[in-house]
Design a protein around this ligand. Structure first.
Ligand SMILES: *[C@@H]1O[C@H](CO)[C@@H](O)[C@H](O)[C@H]1NC(C)=O
Length: 374
């Protein structure tokens, strides 16, 4: 009898999961594929840096998808495979994703294209309407002038914050097309941090270095999960505009790289589903990241090589800025408890993601090693 029940249960679960995969919302599906792409990109960038990092996976997903229709053969296949877009009509889905997210939180994208290499009118219309892309013709024969125009656009997109790295952009010989994306987010927490309780406290950058940071404090009912395998705490902090931040804090003594090596879009979904409401005091350092990241090398590592080799694409630049401080949504309140609840203190390197909850779109992913640095 008991085994009958089990069999029935398994059959039901099977049916349920099949019907779920058949009816999966195509916009969420796109968001999931891009999250997967963004996390692979992040891991590639993280593997050769030990500094703070910030990427906007959608920016890169959006800008690369906008060149798909212009590429053919193996160049296109590689792009589709990296983006996980095989068999999808990207332009149509992108318009729907942009509509579902409202408020422009996908960020801007731009094409900087050489004179004579501009797309035709129909393509240009699609770029503007589906991708919301800006199209700028630049004279790449003067590298400085072209980098200056990209820099101006990046400043426009990031509230004058993000500078292109002084090491330059590696545009390769005879540049034809540079893609850029830009996104600025000021975090507005739904449970506010109380500025009069912010204190200067230690943050343990690594075994040998500590820095003093402005450590914010709040208390309330938060969603929390714990990944036993990765020995990592997962805290959800609600933001405005339907977004939330997951703060991923490895236990003391667990290196942040160990967590990064295991990151995937699947893991993020599993964590979100495992979140449980709990009373908590949260200590989180103020930080502000401002980064422009040339992605060519990382894209090559993900198998996108042909478009760079045949010179249909010269560089892909992601620029992003995120400010985390006591800014909160109007009317947000923290709770106070008679008996102080357990405290989660984020005083060592951590990883975070900012995502749009309804579409599960990954807006930003980053790593904070030293909150006093950009
Ligand atoms: C913020 O903290 C101060 C000092 O502890 C306290 O007096 C004040 O009531 C708090 N404000 C809010 C909104 O909780």
């Amino acid at each position: 009898m008991r085994s009958m029940v089990l069999v029935l249960y398994l059959v039901l679960v099977q049916c349920w999961s099949t019907s779920w995969s058949q009816s999966v919302d195509p916009v969420q599906d796109l968001a999931h594929r891009w999250s997967d792409f963004g996390i692979r990109l992040f891991r590639s960038a993280a593997s050769h840096s030990d500094q703070n990092l910030l990427l906007s996976p959608n920016g890169a997903g959006l800008s690369l998808s906008s060149v798909l229709e212009r590429s053919a053969g193996s160049g296109r296949e590689q792009l589709e495979r990296a983006l996980g877009l095989q068999g999808l009509q990207a332009a149509d889905l992108v318009s729907r994703l942009r509509a579902a997210m409202a408020g422009g939180s996908l960020g801007g994208v731009a094409w900087f294209v050489a004179q004579g290499a501009e797309p035709d009118d129909a393509y240009r219309k699609n770029l503007e309407e589906s991708f919301g892309a800006d199209l700028r013709t630049v004279d790449f024969s003067s590298v400085q002038d072209s980098v200056d125009s990209i820099q101006r656009w990046v400043l426009e997109q990031t509230q004058d914050r993000v500078q292109i790295p002084s090491t330059g952009l590696d545009l390769g010989p005879d540049p034809q097309l540079v893609l850029a994306s830009g996104l600025h987010i000021q975090a507005r927490f739904s449970v506010p941090f109380n500025a009069s309780q912010t204190l200067q406290e230690r943050f343990f950058v690594d075994r040998y270095h500590t820095v003093m940071v402005s450590m914010m404090l709040t208390s309330g009912r938060f969603l929390l999960a714990y990944d036993r395998d990765l020995k990592t705490g997962v805290l959800r902090l609600g933001l405005d505009q339907g977004a939330a931040m997951l703060v991923l804090v490895p236990d003391e003594g667990v290196h942040v790289n160990t967590l990064e090596d295991e990151l995937s879009a699947e893991k993020v979904q599993i964590w979100i589903q495992a979140l449980k409401k709990t009373r908590l005091e949260v200590q989180l350092p103020r930080f502000a990241l401002e980064q422009a990241t040339p992605l060519k090398l990382n894209l090559k590592k993900l198998g996108v090589t042909q478009v760079f080799a045949d010179n249909s694409l010269s560089q892909v630049l992601d620029s992003a800025t995120l400010s985390v401080d006591e800014t909160s949504v109007p009317g947000g309140v923290a709770s106070s408890f008679k008996i102080p609840p357990p405290r989660l203190t984020v005083n060592r390197p951590f990883v975070f993601v900012v995502y749009h909850e309804a579409t599960r779109t990954l807006q930003m992913i980053g790593r904070v090693v030293d909150p006093t640095q950009k």
